[in-house]
Design a protein around this ligand. Sequence first.
Ligand SMILES: *[C@@H]1O[C@H](CO)[C@@H](O)[C@H](O)[C@H]1NC(C)=O
Ligand SMILES: *[C@@H]1O[C@H](CO)[C@@H](O)[C@H](O)[C@H]1NC(C)=O
Length: 196
Amino acid sequence: MMNMKLIGTLTCIWLVMAIAATAQNPVLDTAGQPLRRGLQYYIKPAITDNGGRFTLISRNDSCPLYPGQENFSGGNGAPVTFAPFVRGENVVRETKNFKVRFDVFTICLQSTTWRVGQEDPETGRRLIETGDNGGFGNYFYIRRGKVENTYEIRWCPAELCPTCRFRCGDVGALVENDKRLLALDGSVLPVVFERA
Ligand SMILES: *[C@@H]1O[C@H](CO)[C@@H](O)[C@H](O)[C@H]1NC(C)=O
Ligand SMILES: *[C@@H]1O[C@H](CO)[C@@H](O)[C@H](O)[C@H]1NC(C)=O
């Protein structure tokens, strides 16, 4: 009898712990609502004078397109959608992995899903590219920024492989030929999410 009771209690404690461990805070949009799977959001710099909304950019008037930013805060931008790694999870939570893609039509063959690229020998930075091979390179997460109500996007597929040692990095801007591309290995660009 005692043993059954003890097992029951332990199971209960374990359940509570398991729930607490998975219940990370949701990432909130500019209206204070949790970011949800499949809905469209514009990603915007949290502070002005840091370029405009996130959009797809051609580096040299050909495919593939690259995730980047509008030059000015007035630009249209392109909305993104998030797909959390955990099946059945419909909310984007802090430090939880997801795939993110621009929800727009392009003439390029490549998927519009973000993927981390190889280190550029010239800049020493890894550009964010487009393409989906379902690998670690496609998984990002969002964490809280240093300033309240701002966020940082980070490439780090830790949830997919907790024992792997990734060279994780924060997403920031890299200006190339007056175009604002997204890249790791520089200063982070604090952002907010606005429902499209
Ligand atoms: C444009 O970029 C693509 C992909 O990066 C590359 O294959 C192509 O050679 C580039 N074209 C020019 C003219 O630089
Ligand atoms: C920003 O300006 C550069 C230089 O004029 C241009 O090539 C680029 O396409 C512009 N970016 C966007 C997103 O319009």
